[in-house]
Write a protein that binds this ligand. Structure first.
Ligand SMILES: Cc1cc2nc3c(=O)[nH]c(=O)nc-3n(C[C@H](O)[C@H](O)[C@H](O)COP(=O)(O)O)c2cc1C
Length: 225
């Protein structure tokens, strides 16, 4: 498989934390932008895809959503010889979404027992962007220490905690908020509603800190974005 500067590739690792819909939506949007999406799913990641997205067969088609499945390359989570396990594989970054505390801990300690872990560790050592969209609550001090260690090593920790300032109306809105922030971090264009400036342009009244205590949250006019 040859690679040129015109080609765009992103790796997606899906692990067994709650939040599988974030993964499917991220893959769909990347594929829509004609980015080659290399996907690897952990064993528990498959279970969460079933329980949260109803995906029985994990295939390029089932992960691509409404986009072209030809853009999605699915790797076996056990295949440590897959191309994404090699530092010579050229790509623009990897997103582990959702990222479990288990995978967080493995990465923080340098363990690479699965292809998700190996691809992420290689992304880190090669100095490419590694986004860890972690989901667990509350956090133990071990989680916090692991995050600190990985952030110091160059990873970006992005907790799956959507904002509400865009006044989401649905689960899809919440998912899109987080996916938009993930794409932002990799410099990938999108028009998902994540920007405070769009909320302001959409007519959200300005409330200063002295009057905010008398204001009902979400009581302003809804943004059109
Ligand atoms: C239904 C279900 C939900 C889970 N949710 C989370 C979660 O939100 N965060 C987390 O860190 N682990 C969660 N777990 C536990 C992980 O799946 C477990 O630690 C597993 O070993 C993760 O392996 P992996 O990192 O290789 O995917 C969940 C497990 C199940 C069965």
């Amino acid at each position: 498989m040859s690679w040129t500067n015109r080609d765009r590739r992103i790796i997606i690792g899906i692990t067994g934390a709650s939040g599988a819909p974030y993964a499917v939506r991220t893959i769909e949007l990347l594929a829509q932008r004609e980015i080659e999406v290399h996907v690897v799913v952990s064993t528990l990641g498959r279970r969460l895809l079933l329980e949260e997205c109803g995906i029985v067969d994990v295939t390029a088609s089932s992960l691509a959503g409404h986009s072209d499945p030809a853009q999605v390359v699915l790797h076996s989570g056990r295949d440590m010889g897959a191309v994404i396990a090699s530092g010579s594989f050229q790509h623009e970054g990897m997103i582990v979404v959702p990222c479990s505390s288990n995978t967080l801990g493995a990465l923080a300690s340098g363990m690479t027992n699965t292809l998700v872990q190996r691809a992420a560790a290689v992304t880190l050592k090669e100095g490419r962007p590694l986004l860890l969209a972690h989901r667990e609550t509350p956090l133990s001090r071990i989680d916090i220490g692991n995050m600190d260690r990985l952030a110091a090593a160059g990873a970006t920790i992005i907790p799956l905690s959507p904002g509400f300032y865009t006044q989401p109306r649905s689960i899809e809105d919440l998912v899109d908020f987080m996916v938009g922030r993930l794409l932002d971090r990799l410099g990938i264009d999108h028009d998902l509603p994540v920007r405070w400036e769009d909320v302001m342009l959409g007519g959200q009244p300005s409330v200063d800190s002295e009057t905010a205590s008398n204001t009902v949250p979400g009581g302003g006019s809804r943004s059109n974005t």
